[in-house]
Design a protein around this ligand. Structure first.
Ligand SMILES: Nc1ncnc2c1ncn2[C@@H]1O[C@H](COP(=O)(O)OP(=O)(O)O)[C@@H](O)[C@H]1O
Ligand SMILES: [Mg+2]
Length: 370
């Protein structure tokens, strides 16, 4: 059973990291194949492969943690990458592939925005100049510069996109947690408002009667009578609030669910076309919707949710569907929540079914004959 946290993050996070690694590997493989294409003395080839490995390691580090290290360290690493890019070019000449793209990407990833772009232009122009100095001619040198720029921008784009996705996921999780905290606060506030005053009054009057009991037993008796009255009143009020929590209506609950889901960044599309429902059916369906909303927040990474309550003939059907269903949900077993709902519905002559549909959505149908 997936935990709240992992379910909401889904298994997309490792997939994004794998995609990043795959792109880096493909680009490196292309560079290595260029390196191996022409004849090269073994010592030069070994040194070139060592330089490519060093560049790959530096690049992977920049992709993982673009701006987390101190600026001096980032500058040091980019300078090291600069040396590893240009020195082999000067040493082995045209056989050295256009590795400047990696350097351009690193500059964009690790240096502050304004300083980065002119430096990228300098890197690309430097590559053009170095290629020219190796006698590659304007056309080939231009190709080296353009290819390097394309590689640099691709790597930078992928990394930038990844960090944006991570950031948005973090915000989504925070919004969900906030929604849950808000609901808890609402309950705590109700409890506090209800019992806080009465318990304080009971304490005060019980203390007063303790002091009076010897001096003025009649006055102490009056205070104790008040204590009993206040305690009775508190019991009645608690019952009233609990009934209020129990006697919820489907219409109210749909509005509350849509607002709770919206605060967790889930767009709820609601369709409600049913008349006035019998009290029992109304409150059971409201309880069903409450659990299903909690399930969406706990077990999925939903962005969209579809809630419909439709009355046809003598039947009312509540359908709640969501996307962002983790793969594990395909083999889901009804846990405590769905089983409870099924027995609640059974008690009023209804049924409940939960399935992962062909379009990947998780859908729960509750049907009651009225
Ligand atoms: N909205 C949903 N989206 C994806 N999976 C869900 C959803 N609701 C329930 N599930 C799956 O069904 C299982 C059973 O849910 P439930 O009976 O409510 O138990 P619990 O919430 O206590 O785990 C969950 O563990 C989960 O795998
Ligand atoms: Mg549940």
């Amino acid at each position: 059973m997936p935990s709240t946290e992992s379910a909401r993050h889904g298994d997309g996070t490792p997939r994004v990291a794998h995609l990043q690694l795959a792109i880096l590997t493909i680009l490196l493989a292309a560079q290595i194949s260029t390196l191996l294409a022409g004849p090269m003395p073994p010592r030069q080839l070994t040194a070139s492969l060592a330089a490519v490995t060093a560049l790959a390691v530096l690049q992977a580090r920049h992709l993982r943690a673009p701006a987390r290290s101190p600026l001096w360290l980032r500058l040091g690493l980019v300078s090291a990458e600069g040396l590893t890019t240009y020195l082999p070019l000067l040493a082995i000449g045209a056989a050295w592939p256009g590795m400047g793209g990696f350097l351009a990407a690193s500059v964009l990833l690790v240096l502050p925005g304004r300083a980065a772009w002119p430096l990228v232009a300098a890197v690309i122009m430097g590559l053009f100049a170095a290629a020219m100095s190796q006698g590659l001619g304007v056309r080939n040198s231009g190709n080296v510069a353009i290819a390097s720029l394309a590689v640099g921008l691709t790597l930078f784009g992928v990394c930038h996109l990844t960090s944006t996705i991570m950031h948005m996921r973090g915000m989504h999780t925070e919004a969900t947690q906030l929604a849950v905290v808000k609901e808890r606060l609402r309950f705590a506030r109700d409890l506090h408002d209800l019992l806080g005053y009465n318990l304080a009054a009971i304490t005060l009057k019980a203390e007063l009667s303790r002091r009076l009991i010897r001096k003025d037993p009649a006055a102490a008796g009056d205070e104790l009578r008040d204590v009993v009255d206040i305690a009775r009143q508190a019991v009645a009020e608690v019952r009233h609030v609990v009934d209020g929590y129990r006697n919820i209506s489907l219409a109210q609950e749909i509005a509350a669910a849509a607002s709770l889901l919206a605060s967790a960044d889930v767009a709820a599309r609601v369709e409600m076309s049913c008349g006035i429902l019998p009290d029992k059916v109304d409150s059971v369906l409201a309880m069903v919707l409450r659990e299903l909303t909690t399930n969406i927040l706990r077990h999925s990474t939903a962005r969209n949710c579809w809630i419909t309550a439709v009355q046809a003939d003598e039947h009312i059907t509540l359908s709640v569907a969501n996307d962002g269903v983790p793969r594990a949900a395909a083999n889901h077993r009804d846990g405590g929540g769905l089983e409870n709902l099924a027995s609640r519905l059974e008690a009023v002559g209804g049924t409940l079914s939960a399935t992962v549909c062909d379009d990947g959505r998780f859908r729960v149908l509750a049907e009651i004959a009225i």
